[in-house]
Design a protein around this ligand. Structure first.
Ligand SMILES: *Cc1c(COP(=O)(O)O)cnc(C)c1O
Length: 393
């Protein structure tokens, strides 16, 4: 009776819904499933952050609409803390008034942004495989997602020169999403790549949206760059961040976007009309989370590194060909040759009770790979490793 919109019909189901169905099936058979599917940190935030949240509920007026309603820029002190962190961490100066915007999680800003800049039929360059929200946000704004394949032979960076061979499509593109360190491939980008992106954006008048959600989840001495640290980046783009992964706060729904003030103003106008900002109490606790981020990273990074090494060892023993990633809490692993990703993941779940995500959940170009998340307890990772070693491939 109520026909859904064409926009909604064009969206694929969020990839984890199907996996969860399969998981319930296997569990019903009595198998203890180890879920290494979704990337959702198992450890809680630092206790000082939780205490700040608790204390803040008693502050006057926090239960009202967030400050400056109906212009949800975000809490002043939090925006200043973001700018201070950016300068210290990346040597990038930001104006906390016009170049910092608090979000109800990075996903919210990423999903809303096309509404501010995309007209029906405009193209948006999206990585494939990639975080599904780039594509979804584009479709919900009646834009057309234009795939940028991420291939191993290019170190999972988009091939800009091959994009440039199709100038008629490029002419219609208004925005591009890039994401390094990358989910799901765990690839990293260097400054040279960001310099090329700035040139590309200038040549084709494209807004760059860099999703830097995993900038702090790095190993082996590697430190991720900010896109905004290269010359001219602030003229063409913005950068998304989240406290979800760096501060173990996925459920709190808090993130931010920084960079070009006109792009931020566009997003802010969308948000003013659709939401009224994040809960004050969460914003106050986020100030503490940003200030204590180094402490949290000192706690969590060695744990992810240990889990990474355990799984890499097991996968290598089982015959998988995989290099140790320098960043993110994901392993992006080629499936055994001749198998399709979904077939392999169903087989893995059936035969070992280990749930991993098929690469195709992140786009057709993810075929041939599966993704393992390191966000389960280390004992679970150890158990999963034993099961993987005894897989019959
Ligand atoms: C987890 C994730 C996000 C979402 O972050 P939230 O702040 O929790 O909304 C954004 N981008 C990528 C690539 C992610 O993996």
């Amino acid at each position: 009776m109520f026909d859904i919109s064409n926009r909604l019909k064009a969206l694929v189901e969020y990839p984890f819904a199907e996996l969860n169905r399969k998981k319930r099936e296997v569990m019903a058979r009595g198998v203890k499933v180890i879920d290494l599917g979704i990337g959702d940190p198992d450890l809680p935030p630092l206790s000082s952050v939780i205490k700040t949240l608790e204390k803040s509920t008693g502050v006057t007026d926090v239960h009202k609409y967030p400050s400056e309603h109906p212009s949800p820029k975000g809490n002043d002190e939090l925006r200043y803390a973001v700018a201070e962190w950016y300068e210290k961490r990346f040597a990038v100066k930001l104006d906390p008034e016009n170049e910092v915007q608090i979000l109800i999680g990075a996903k919210e800003g990423i999903g809303h942004l096309p509404l501010a800049f995309v007209n029906p039929g405009d193209g948006v360059l999206v990585p494939d495989p990639g975080y599904p929200v780039y594509r979804a946000g584009t479709i919900l704004a009646d834009g057309i997602p234009v795939t940028m394949p991420l291939r191993e032979k290019n170190n999972f960076l988009p091939d800009l020169s091959s994009l440039e061979t199709n100038s008629s499509i490029l002419k219609k593109c208004k925005m591009m999403y890039i994401n390094y360190p990358n989910n799901p491939t765990s690839a990293v980008a260097d400054k040279d790549f960001f310099i090329k992106i700035v040139d590309f954006a200038n040549s084709h008048k494209i807004i760059v949206c860099h999703d830097a959600t995993y900038s702090e989840i790095t190993f082996d001495g590697f430190k991720a760059n900010s896109f905004l640290s290269v010359e001219g980046a602030k003229e063409v783009g913005i950068e998304f961040h989240s406290l979800s992964k760096s501060c173990n706060m996925t459920g709190w729904r808090i993130g931010f976007v920084v960079g070009n003030k006109d792009i931020i103003a566009g997003l802010r106008k969308v948000k003013t009309n659709l939401d009224s900002g994040a809960f004050n109490v969460v914003q106050l606790a986020a100030i503490e989370a940003i200030k204590t981020m180094p402490e949290n990273l000192n706690r969590i990074l060695p744990i992810y590194k240990q889990r990474r090494d355990i799984l890499i060892e097991a996968l290598t023993t089982a015959g998988f060909k995989i290099r140790s990633p320098k960043a993110t809490f994901y392993l992006w692993v080629p499936v055994p040759s001749g198998m399709k990703s979904e077939f392999f993941c169903a087989k893995m779940l059936d035969e070992s009770g280990v749930l991993v995500t098929p690469g195709t959940g992140f786009g057709p170009e993810g075929e041939g790979y599966f993704r393992i998340s390191l966000t389960a307890a280390t004992t679970q990772i150890e158990e999963a490793s034993q099961r993987i070693k005894s897989l019959n491939l």
